[in-house]
Write a protein that binds this ligand. Structure first.
Ligand SMILES: Nc1nc2c(ncn2[C@@H]2O[C@H](COP(=O)(O)OP(=O)(O)OP(=O)(O)O)[C@@H](O)[C@H]2O)c(=O)[nH]1
Ligand SMILES: [Mg+2]
Length: 207
């Protein structure tokens, strides 16, 4: 049960990045604690949810794991529109994926929510011997663009939970009335009809 002053937040989170960067693997690691050596390429997008307790709040992430293949690019706005947070993922062994990640940053800067919490994740950090993108280069880029940077490994689990915890901590603890676009929703199950309103706003966020 929620304690006094405790908030339940629903936060839409989207993962963006080149195909094969490891978006689905990061989600699978976070949500189920698993890793697959042969993770299938995502078709369209996949939805997951996971709840985290952080300080004064319980954050329920509604996670959209998008497909990195170029042919699905036009679907992306449907998933990042109204999102409270994004994780832009690249593969540290691929300069193309780093370039692609920077393009996603630009797209979010142009079309995304300006208050979005954006994490920049250099994944496959376990493949140090195949590294093509230095952590320093990525850190400088992330700092210049106001992103929260971390290197992760879905394989070893390094920094995977941490990235979601950091995002949860950075989410604004806004009230619905002050937040008409519904980026982060405060859910109070005890207050009857609010659940319906939340569902309605969440549905609007998808269109
Ligand atoms: N060594 C290593 N391999 C990884 C890691 N993360 C993902 N992989 C592998 O990289 C491949 C691609 O991972 P996915 O999670 O499918 O990548 P994706 O970004 O979801 O790709 P799309 O769905 O096509 O956009 C899979 O074979 C994974 O096993 C990692 O941290 N380390
Ligand atoms: Mg995928």
């Amino acid at each position: 049960m929620a304690t006094v002053g405790h908030k339940n937040l629903n936060a839409k989170l989207v993962l963006l990045g080149d195909m094969g960067a490891g978006k689905s693997s990061l989600v699978l690691r976070f949500v189920k604690g698993q890793f697959l050596e042969f993770q299938e390429s995502t078709i369209g997008a996949a939805f997951f949810s996971q709840t985290l307790a952080v300080n004064d709040a319980t954050v329920k992430f509604e996670i959209w794991d998008t497909a990195g293949q170029e042919r699905y690019h036009s679907l992306a706005p449907m998933y990042y529109r109204g999102a409270a947070a994004a994780i832009i993922v690249y593969d540290i062994t691929s300069t193309e994926s780093f370039t692609r990640a920077k393009k996603w940053v630009q797209e979010l800067q142009k079309q995304g929510n300006p208050n979005m919490v954006v994490a920049f994740a250099g994944n496959k950090a376990d493949l140090e011997d195949k590294r093509k993108v230095t952590a320093e280069e990525a850190r400088v880029y992330a700092e210049e663009n106001g992103l929260f940077f971390v290197e992760t490994s879905a394989k070893t689990a390094a920094n995977v939970n941490d990235i979601f915890y950091e995002i949860a901590k950075k989410l604004p603890r806004a009230q619905p009335a002050q937040n008409p676009t519904g980026m982060v929703l405060v859910d109070r199950p005890a207050e009857g009809s609010q659940g319906c309103i939340l569902l309605f706003i969440s549905t609007l966020m998808l269109f």
